[in-house]
Design a protein around this ligand. Structure first.
Ligand code: SAH
Length: 396
């Protein structure tokens, strides 16, 4: 039985009425019953009406995240409730997982009604990230539910994202269920195999969110000179090369990531091309100074703006990168350029890129747009889930 409750300030129930699941600290008038981190609390309107049951995060600005708007039974949020949410999320991935790939994001936090839980499946392995105390509370039930999925041998935790600090949570990495993931774990997608470093890689090991781009690349790559900037483990390079690129060159500042890119080439019997360990800004300037030209450039920088305060500074960095890349395009060349900063809107990103094209003195047209794939859904009631946007540009 839940006894703790938070009461909202007048008119602060509006976002909940639109089904937005976040309750910010500033919206709260009163907390009763001494709830502990991760406890389920009743959320009440300023007039005392129960509106929702939510996970309490006393250390975060997002003070509570809604589990359910059904407040009849305050004890409903239990292990089985969360496990059922996990299973429902997995069921929604049926169109993604199948013949073309054995890997997908199977739980995407608020977008799947499990705030704070990310779960990525790579073949027989699930990699889990808990980023909130609410999800942390149910980590055993979550691990059980994931380990019971068909064909799963290992559930591994990679709860070492910085955002945990905001929740007062320490990092946690290791096996949750089953076996230690294979050192040779590979993901399969569209006829290619990718080495996944679940213990040491970025995020959970692979950029599942760039699947739409991997699928778009072949149409632009055959016979072309390709430059992959921020290449990580070379997924784009591998796709381009296997689609018949004339040459492929990959730049990344991470030696270990490029070492996996080389392994990926061997694994697939594909020449992954030149691998350059360097700072991308410096390397791009070097290529510009040598007047190099490419027919297809991929530009997928890390998140340059984590908060709205950082958007201004990030915009300048995005502009520099895109300016340099546009200058390297051969006549008719194509640039696929991305921002994965949720804080930067698609509209602003396009403006920044337009400014770069103007400064580069090139006429550039948008010929396609790319976005996060269907296993990273964006609920209409939670637009914050949208973070990855890409422009496919063609220069005169
Ligand atoms: N496109 C890749 C993902 C890119 S993630 C894929 O689909 O797999 C961003 C990459 O940028 C990471 O691999 C990181 O090592 C690299 N990186 C970050 N800062 C960098 C810098 N200043 N110069 C070069 N690479 C950088």
């Amino acid at each position: 039985m839940t006894s703790a409750a938070i009461t909202l300030r007048p008119s602060r129930e509006r976002s909940l009425a639109r089904r937005h699941p976040w309750i910010f600290s500033g919206a709260i008038a009163r907390v009763d019953g001494d709830p502990q981190p991760g406890d389920t609390v009743v959320v009440r309107s300023s007039t005392g009406d129960p509106l929702a049951l939510a996970a309490y995060s006393p250390h975060s600005q997002i003070r509570a995240r809604v589990w359910t708007y059904d407040t009849d039974d305050e004890s409903v949020v239990d292990d089985e409730f969360v496990a059922a949410r996990v299973r429902a999320a997995v069921a929604r991935r049926a169109p993604v997982l199948g013949e073309r790939t054995d890997s997908a994001r199977i739980v995407f936090s608020e977008a799947d009604d499990v705030p704070g839980l990310i779960a990525d499946r790579y073949g027989d392995t699930v990699v889990v990230q808990c980023t909130t105390v609410g999800a942390e509370r149910f980590r055993e039930a979550i691990a059980d539910a994931l380990s019971e999925l068909d064909g799963i041998r290992s559930v591994y935790e990679r709860s070492d994202a910085d955002v945990r600090e905001r929740e007062g949570l320490a990092a946690r990495v290791g096996v949750m269920r089953g076996e230690e993931p294979s050192a040779d774990l590979v993901a399969y997608e569209d006829g290619l195999r990718y080495v996944i470093d679940v213990g040491g890689g970025h995020k959970t090991g692979f950029y599942l969110d760039q699947r739409n781009t991997r699928r778009a690349i072949p149409a632009y790559a055959a016979g072309r000179r390709v430059l992959n900037v921020f290449a990580y483990t070379g997924a784009f390079s591998l796709v381009a090369s296997s689609a018949g690129a004339a040459s492929v060159s990959s730049i990344d500042s991470s030696g270990p990531a490029l070492a996996i890119a080389a392994r990926n080439g061997e694994l697939n019997g594909v020449d992954v091309g030149e691998l350059v360990e360097a700072d991308a800004f410096t390397a791009l300037r070097g290529l510009r100074d040598r007047a190099r030209q490419y027919d297809l450039i991929l530009l997928d920088p890390p998140k340059l703006a984590s908060t709205e305060q950082q958007v201004g500074k990030a915009s300048r960095a995005y502009k520099d990168l895109n300016l340099l890349a546009i200058k390297l395009l051969a006549p008719g060349g194509v640039l696929m350029t991305f921002s994965c900063s949720g804080a930067m809107t698609a509209e602003l990103f396009q403006k920044v890129v337009a400014g770069a094209a103007l400064d580069a003195k090139r006429q550039v047209r948008i010929i396609d747009r790319l976005a996060q794939p269907s296993d990273h859904p964006v609920p209409l009631w939670f637009p914050e889930a949208e973070y990855l946007k890409g422009l496919v540009l063609q220069a005169d």
